[in-house]
Design a protein around this ligand. Sequence first.
Ligand SMILES: [Zn+2]
Length: 447
Amino acid sequence: MNGVLRSPLDAWAAYKTGAGSAGLSRELLEAYQLNRLRAAIRLAYTASPFYGQLLAGVAETGLDSLTDLQRYPFTTAEDIRRHGPRFLCVSQSDIGHVVTLASSGTTGPAKRLYFTPEDQEATVSFFRSGMVSLTAPRDRVLILLPGGRPGGVGDLLLTALKQSGAEPIPHGAVGDLSAALAVMAREQADSVVGIPAQVLALARWADYSGIKIAVKSVLLSTDHVPRAVIRELKRLWGCEVFEHYGMTEMGLGGGTDCAAHAGYHLHEADFYFEIVDSVSGEPLPAGEKGEVVVTTLTRRGMPLIRYRTGDISRFVPEPCPCGSALKRLAPITRRVGRYVSLGEFGRFTLADLDEAIFAVRRVLDFTAAVDSFANAGELAISVSAAGQPAGDGGRDIYDALESVPAVALARRAGKLKVAVRQEACQGTLAPSTGKRAIVELNNADGN
Ligand SMILES: [Zn+2]
């Protein structure tokens, strides 16, 4: 290979699949996955009231190959909201951790995910192997993630780092930028783990305040990581930037990129991934973009079978320069249905706005709201910048939006009004869970 270090997730998957010193191969991995899938389906069908019903008539026939799974029904976020505890394969007393996710709409029950201590241990072991890419033993790692309470993402990462011999510095999500920078300097952090928009704001605030920061690596974790943020962190801090893909439903660990930085190597010993057409549900050939569907292979408490994640991405079919046997997922570009339609002019997503607006160097943070195109056709961008607002009314933001074709076309045609509001950042960020969205006004969001 050409000098790119093999993804450390390979060694971990080799261990989990029993491939041992023979090394991990697709054949071994897929044989392992087929066995695990059979066991996962058997467990779900026999122990969970929800799956007992859902899989009746299909679970009995078994699986001859991985593609046989395509005969199985999907599960959705709506199923989890509606049936919650009926998903469980263990008694409630065996559950060690429950995560409640507020639903994106304001009505309806919240989504609850249940984990046994063993389920959480699987996440810790994934984090431990994933962090090998960016940290050496004894490295000091600043954790800028929410979820510091026991069992939360910050807490599991803390445990994983301790086990791997690194020195974690728990902090929580960033609120006060100067205070977080002071902690970074005082603790002499070698690495930082955080939410992309927050770490970007931190780097730009340090630059604005004339504070020199030296970190070796950054790990960004969220649903989508803007390329503009990666470029800027490399420019300002000269560090290597890694990305982590995960969601609560996956127990937080889904995949991590390797030193080639060319997609997330997937956590295939604990999950089976598919990409399907987000409308028809039909499986798509490798390389085509669609919805990410995940089946848990080792989950005990609340297994998920063919769970539609709502994330849109594709497998990268070419082998990775690092030589890993694990599949790669391209960066997530959007969530299913999470785009704003501008009719004949096309559509855009938050990811499009992120790439355009975060590329403007004075921007620390921004929010976007859109009035239904049919109604008023207004896109309101509220930018928080370092220093006083530019005197030209935010010309650079208007210029940046030219790179979003639907917005540029609709604006030029006089069908979309763009309003840019600017404010000087006072050194604090709004509370964030890492899930940002375009606010839609006057629009019954049908998703
Ligand atoms: Zn790789």
